[in-house]
Design a protein around this ligand. Structure first.
Ligand code: PLP
Length: 383
């Protein structure tokens, strides 16, 4: 396992051609031909039907600067606003398939926010009640939104998973006390969460790159569902050719785990990113972690800079985990070589975190103002 492995076939083939021909190989629509506003996709069935089939966006300024293709899967375009809509749908589907919940029942989950938001939407559309436990360190925007969506929300002290009062165990006990209720257990539910990405995200990435015309995939993990599911699908379809790497924020143990070949679980510091970083190998990740080829640690300074760069240079208003993924994808593409193509996940928009990410006071409290280039500091518009 390495973070510097050169990529095989596809990268070399692409690196010999110019940026323009890479775009053609990928089928990237020319900006000159205008955006594809007109679609002939048929109507979909409700909230659930609107999940997925998100665009794969070439980040043009970044890609041109580094001479590679960084492609971001625009998961903020899901109807609940994040990549976790996919997991939410499959968590409920899996519970229904196993007869764990009947019509009118209650879905209970421990979630840092986005899974809860996806679940709250899905529960309204399917007639379930929704109960959410979350660490009280999460942004107020997410807590407010969950309540607006009709969920019963319990922000509880952030304690490690080894503690009985961890938000997940509180959610589990809550479900056990109710009739016709299920704890959907997103962290350790490969048949729900990970499966969402094997059956939807992975196949979409494959077909949107003209049948696997990519060299690498990289993303950070929270539950591990996205990384595990997409990696499993892409590795199988490409017979191992596509490099799949983990991106890790400060405070997460997975980078050290991968770099040490599964020996170390070193934890130090914390991160401004929300929804990612992990202290253990979840059940979602376990079946596929052996397929991961490398990992990159991404510091908060780079992630916050990318929040502002993505806005200024690409017109994309993305959250910090998405920005971390973009930084990681660019670094991976640079390691794989000129002309390589790397896909990552744009997990959600910055709307959910704007009171922090665009607040001078908050940035100062994290000592991050100087990480934002001076010409981009005009976007720090909140006190
Ligand atoms: C903003 C954000 N990014 C990334 C992730 C990580 O996705 P996964 O849980 O599939 O690892 C999450 C998960 O909640 C999230 O909320």
């Amino acid at each position: 396992m390495t973070s510097t492995a050169p990529s095989s076939g596809a990268s070399r083939a692409l690196s010999s051609s110019s940026s323009t021909s890479n775009n053609n190989a990928l089928g990237v629509a020319s900006a000159k031909s205008g955006p594809a506003f007109i679609t002939n996709a048929p109507p979909v069935s409700g909230f659930i039907g609107a999940i997925g089939n998100t665009p794969l966006i070439r980040l043009n300024a970044l890609s041109d600067r580094i001479g590679a293709n960084v492609l971001g899967k625009a998961e903020f375009q899901n109807p609940g606003g994040s990549v976790k809509d996919r997991a939410a749908h499959y968590l409920i589907l899996n519970a229904e398939e196993q007869g764990l919940v009947q019509p009118g029942g209650t879905i209970v989950e421990g979630t840092a926010g986005n899974t809860g938001i996806g679940l709250a939407h899905a529960c309204r559309s399917k007639g379930y009640k929704c109960v959410i436990y979350m660490p009280n360190t999460q942004s107020q925007e997410k807590i407010d939104l969950l309540r607006m969506l009709g969920a019963e929300v319990y922000p509880v002290p952030a304690v490690p998973v080894s503690d009985d009062m961890n938000y997940n165990w509180q959610a589990k006990r809550h479900a056990e006390k109710l009739d016709n209720a299920v704890w959907t257990n997103q962290f350790d539910n490969p048949g729900g969460n990970r499966r969402a990405h094997i059956e939807t995200t992975g196949p979409e990435i494959w077909s949107q790159t003209n049948g696997g015309n990519l060299d690498g995939f990289i993303c950070a993990t929270g539950t591990g569902g996205t990384l595990a599911g997409v990696t499993r699908y892409l590795k199988e379809k490409s017979q191992g050719r596509i490099q799949c790497w983990l991106a890790d924020p400060p405070g997460s143990v997975l980078h050290s785990y991968i770099q040490s070949g599964g020996e170390l679980l070193e934890r130090s510091g914390g991160s401004i990113t929300e929804g990612i970083g992990q202290g253990r190998v979840t059940e979602n990740l376990k079946p596929d972690i052996g397929l991961i080829d490398g990992s990159l640690h991404i510091e908060d300074e780079a992630s916050i800079e990318m929040v502002y760069r993505a806005l200024d240079e690409e017109g994309l208003y993305i959250g910090a985990s998405s920005a971390l993924n973009v930084v990681a994808a660019a670094r991976m593409a640079e390691k794989l070589g000129k002309g390589s193509t790397v896909v990552t996940i744009l997990c959600d928009g910055a709307y959910r975190y704007q009171a922090r990410l665009f607040s001078r006071k908050w940035l100062e409290s994290k000592n991050l103002v100087k990480a934002i280039p001076e010409h981009l500091q005009k976007y720090i518009v909140l006190e």
